[in-house]
Design a protein around this ligand. Structure first.
Ligand code: DC
Length: 465
């Protein structure tokens, strides 16, 4: 029997706070920390956003210094506790019945809200709902709302002592963002039309269940937890030339989302190593036979990906110059690509993966939910590669590295079969002047926009578990 974890949003879902009062809280905090009056015209909507997202949008920058953020949240909490009185809050009575039902059913209830933590608890306390919840996950903890459920799932595994497969998590919220955040993590969702979005509008985002108010929520919830259909998580394809930052970014993105990271370059490198060691002639047929014969595995060990060739750990070995010099040539053969693509498609078929390479968005998963193409100036890429290689090869020069990269780019992008190419619908991220965190955040924003706009049928593919 699965443990049910109900992740419930606050504003628009359980209650409504008088808008004038909320604005006053923000005005006071703004005046105290930033100075002047709040530039509300910069904000399209607050619904479904985290307080952090609202703050950065109002400030006109996604780079909000940590101190400002802390000071602002402190001020928000202080003014919130003072100004948001019970009389400023309308509690939805149906929501109360819904929470009682869930509690009596033995479900675990946690808050999942874009609110600043203290403000969130304050609102719940004011209407005596606090006691229903074991814990909460809030907008001040994550720059992107999409990431909040990942924390909730981690917590559930740790504190409820259940494995991921034994947790049925359901997000309950009133905005498309709630539905999307659930989908990214393969969770079920109940969308409730008691916030700014109509029932019809919410339906477009295909929540597992959609209700007009939470009075209808108990029936939906019972239906959800007694069926074993699970939404499949996303396939995120990241392509780009060597040194564009895709590996670091893809790995971090996967870690934050709780997804599996798959480095396809490592597979081509492992095959190249096998060809070198076994002195295989570089022909399509010989390499096809080799690809059939060898066993290439990507294993996740202690959070990092290790590459195995016929059971031998070759993670470090495949980064050596002899492999790098030959890999583009080996990977240009159609037989090699077909064999690797088949394995990659199998690895990714259930979703929940971030896969990086050259042809992921075009050949391996042309229907990937999200495609990203990363680039950077050649000089910057060469500088990064040089820094990486410097320890193992201190005599290497900038010019040498640059030339090798150029050569590899040329081979990878001009080969006949599945060359390095940007998919038409890919987001281009030029990493020349971006930090890793900025790269990850821009992709997370893109994922949210993509899912907000998309009615792609692949997203509703259901999988029985
Ligand atoms: O990402 P990397 O530098 O480890 O990749 C090594 C080589 O493998 C690259 O120069 C081209 C090839 N490759 C490919 O052809 N297709 C992929 N999906 C990934 C890598």
């Amino acid at each position: 029997m699965n443990t049910v974890l109900l992740l419930v949003d606050i504003d628009g879902t359980l209650l409504r706070v008088d808008r004038k009062v909320t604005r006053q809280v923000w005005s006071n905090a703004w005046e105290e920390v930033v100075g002047g009056s709040v530039p509300w015209e910069r904000l399209d909507t607050a619904a479904g956003k985290t307080d952090f997202q609202i703050l950065s949008q109002l400030l006109g920058s996604s780079k909000v210094a940590w101190e400002i953020r802390q000071q602002f949240f402190d001020a928000l909490a202080k003014h919130g506790e003072y100004l948001i009185e019970p009389s400023a809050i309308t509690l939805y009575t149906e929501a109360l019945e819904f929470l009682r039902f869930a509690r009596d059913y033995g479900m675990h209830l946690a808050v999942l809200s874009g609110n600043e933590r203290r403000c969130g608890w304050h609102k719940l306390r004011a209407v005596e709902l606090e006691g229903y919840f074991t814990t909460g996950f809030f907008g001040c903890d994550a720059v992107e709302r999409l990431l909040i459920p990942a924390r909730a799932l981690q917590w559930a595994q740790q504190y409820l002592g259940r494995s991921r497969d034994h947790i049925t998590a359901v997000v309950v919220g009133d905005t498309p963002n709630d539905v999307i955040a659930a989908r990214v993590h393969g969770l079920r969702s109940i969308a409730v039309a008691t916030g700014p979005y109509s029932y019809e509008k919410l339906l477009e985002f295909r929540p597992t269940e959609c209700v007009r108010h939470l009075g209808e929520g108990a029936v939906s919830l019972r239906r959800i937890v007694t069926t074993s259909v699970m939404e499949r998580r996303l396939i995120i394809a990241i392509d780009g030339p060597a040194g564009s930052g895709k590996t670091t970014t893809a790995r971090l993105l996967a870690e934050r989302l709780g997804y599996t990271y798959i480095d396809t370059g490592a597979m081509y490198r492992a095959l190249t190593l096998a060809a070198l060691e076994q002195q295989i002639p570089l022909t399509n047929d010989a390499l096809a036979a080799l690809a059939e014969r060898v066993r290439i595995e990507l294993r996740n060990e202690g959070g990092s990906q290790r590459t195995y060739l016929d059971g031998r750990d070759v993670t470090e070995r495949i980064r050596q110059p002899d492999v790098t010099a030959l890999v583009s040539q080996v990977s240009s053969y159609p037989s090699v690509r077909d064999a690797m693509v088949r394995i990659q498609q199998q690895l990714g078929q259930h979703g929940g993966i971030v896969m990086d390479g050259r042809d992921i968005g075009t050949a391996v998963f042309p229907d990937a939910d999200v495609k990203v193409f990363m680039t950077a100036d050649l000089d910057v890429r060469a500088q990064r590669r040089l820094a990486e290689l410097h320890q193992s090869n201190p005599t290497l020069t900038f010019e040498q590295v640059k030339q090798q990269l150029q050569q590899r780019d040329m081979l990878d992008s001009t080969r006949q079969y599945n060359p390095l190419r940007k998919a038409e619908d890919a987001l281009v991220v030029d990493t020349t002047a971006l930090t890793i965190d900025e790269q990850v955040e821009s992709i997370l924003r893109f994922i949210r926009h993509r899912l907000m706009m998309s009615n792609s049928p692949t997203l509703s593919d259901a999988r029985h578990n």
